[in-house]
Design a protein around this ligand. Structure first.
Ligand code: GDP
Length: 305
């Protein structure tokens, strides 16, 4: 239900455009397919993924000869579910902390400024804490004073400890302290914020690999999760950031934020398809509870109902 609300804008715009593509048509023909292509692209599904979906529907129409416009929704829904399925096969049963050989479970969070990185860390900390887990935050985004301050505010709000050395401190040194402290406290999960300065990719790459190396020394295998946060309302920029970050470091999970404020939630489908990285979380509001584990079935249902 909160997903429906979070996706309200995308849903409304998607469904109304979809309806307009088939008005006055009894069957799916070339014109309907052209219009459908426009609907998908304008929902920010992305060109490549859109063409993939259109190709598949075209093949189906060619095979079955007569496909009614009523059947189109069902076929489209199945194709989108398929795309999401291919890249997100893990079953979803609430936010869980995976078992790892060496604890704590360490999440390194990356992303450019303004995408909702700090907020996502705060929301995650809140959810883990609500599950009774011991959480420690680390402020390795030392490039901006505001980043450290914001994370301290979130740590206070949620009521979890934070390790920080202020602005301009060495990010790897903060990560080192954070993991030491978390280990000493027997923490379950550590969430480390990092600076996302994409304009200097070599620096970014070096900084992230330095942080990773330090972590691995204290907790072998860490970071267990490298979570890239993307702003879902920025469409093609989000695609571009996903590409750039995956060149700079190995990303194994995505969080797509601000879906509540946009009609372009189709970006989730395109990014998941193009990046071959599972969308793990979606942000659907500014509050502590407005982060959801991404469930492909729910997502597709919500889009079409
Ligand atoms: P950071 O610079 O990446 O750390 O970004 P912040 O976490 O400070 O977030 C930037 C702005 O986006 C803040 O005003 C947040 O409240 C807002 N924000 C973050 N996530 C969401 C979301 O899922 N939905 C909405 N509506 N706003 C969000």
């Amino acid at each position: 239900e909160s997903l429906d609300k979070g996706l309200e804008k995308t849903k409304k715009s998607f469904l109304s455009k979809l309806t307009r593509t088939v008005v006055g048509k009894s069957r799916v023909d070339a014109e309907v397919l052209d219009n459908l292509e426009e609907v998908l692209i304008s929902s920010d599904v992305g060109v490549e993924t859109t063409l993939k979906i259109i190709d598949r529907i075209e093949a189906k129409v060619a095979k079955d000869k007569y496909v009614s416009t009523e059947e189109l929704n069902g076929i489209l829904k199945a194709e989108i579910a398929n795309l999401l399925e291919e890249n997100n096969s893990s079953s979803v049963d609430g936010i869980v902390i995976p078992e790892v050989e060496n604890t704590p479970y360490v999440i390194m969070v990356v992303g450019v400024n303004g995408v909702g990185k700090t907020t996502t860390i705060g929301k995650l900390a809140h959810q883990f804490k609500s599950m009774g887990k011991k959480v420690v935050l680390g402020a390795s985004d030392t490039f901006r004073a505001a980043a450290v301050d914001q994370l301290i505010i979130w740590a206070d709000r949620v009521g979890v400890p934070i390790v920080q050395q202020g602005m301009n401190a060495d990010p790897a040194s903060v990560a080192f302290d954070t993991l030491q402290s978390a280990k000493a406290q027997n923490a379950d999960v550590v969430i480390i914020d990092t600076a996302g300065r994409l304009h200097n990719k070599v620096n970014l790459m070096n900084e992230l690999s330095k942080i990773k190396n330090v972590m691995d020394k204290i907790v072998p295998g860490a970071p267990h999760e490298v979570l890239l946060v993307l702003d879902g309302s920025t469409g093609q920029n989000a695609f571009e950031q996903a590409k750039q970050f995956s060149l700079a470091t190995d990303i194994n999970a995505l969080a797509i934020t601000k879906l509540d404020g946009t009609a372009k939630g189709g970006v989730v489908i395109g990014i998941s398809d193009q990046m071959k990285i599972p969308v793990k979380y979606i942000g659907v509001g500014e509050g502590m509870n407005d982060l959801q584990l991404f469930d492909k079935v729910e997502f597709v249902d919500s889009l079409f109902n």
